[in-house]
Design a protein around this ligand. Sequence first.
Ligand code: DX5
Ligand code: ZN
Length: 209
Amino acid sequence: MKISPSMLACDFSKMGKEIEKIKNADMVHMDVMDGNFVPNISFGADIIKSLRSKSSLPFDVHLMISNPIKYIESFADVGADIITFHIESDSDVMHTIEKIKNKGKKVGISLKPNTPAKVIFPYLEYIDLVLIMTVEPGFGGQKFMCEQLKKSLLIKEFTDNTKLLIEVDGGINLDTINEVKNYPIDICVSGTCIFNSSTPSETIDKLRL
Ligand code: DX5
Ligand code: ZN
C-alpha cells in the first residue's frame, strides 16, 4: 500500500517544514479547492511551486475546482506529477485527459461519494488513476465512508487496464485502513491521522503495513 499524506492537514504557517516530516511517504497529496466546486478554499499553484524544491516525492495534485481544464498548464508547470480532476466538474472529460497527457503528466479522475462507479467506465482505458472519495470533498477530518470501497471492485471488474491505480481519499486512519486492505486499493491518502500524530513518519509506516 502506498501512502500519500494530504498537506491540507498540515500547519499552513510552516508548510516547508511540514513536508520534511513526511519524507518516507510514497507521494505528497495536494488538495486544491476553489470555494465553488467545494465550499472551502485551500491553496493553489503558487504554494505547490514553493514546496516543489522541499521534496523529491511525486506530487499527487487533487483538483477540487469547477473548471480544471483551465488550470492544467499551471499545475503541470509547477511540478505536479499526477493531476486528478473530478468527473463532476464542468470541464470536458476527454479534453481534460488529453491536456494532462500532453503536458507529460499522469492523469487521475476522482468520483464524489454520490457518483456511481459506472460513470467513469468509458474513460478507464485512457487514464492512470481513479481517486475514490471516501468523504464528501471539501474538508479534512471527516468520517470514513466504508461503502465507497466497493467501487474499486466494480472498476477492477470492468477494466482491462492492468496499470490502472486505485486511490482512496478521506477519513483514513490506523483503524479504517484495515477496511481498505480488503479491497484492490493501491494508494491511500491520509491527512489528519498523519499530521495530528506526534511522529508523522512512524504513522506513515504503520499505515503502510
Ligand atoms: C477532502 C480531501 C482529502 C482530505 C483527507 O476534500 O480531498 O484529501 O483532506 O484528509 P483526512 O485524512 O483528514 O480525511
Ligand atoms: Zn484529496
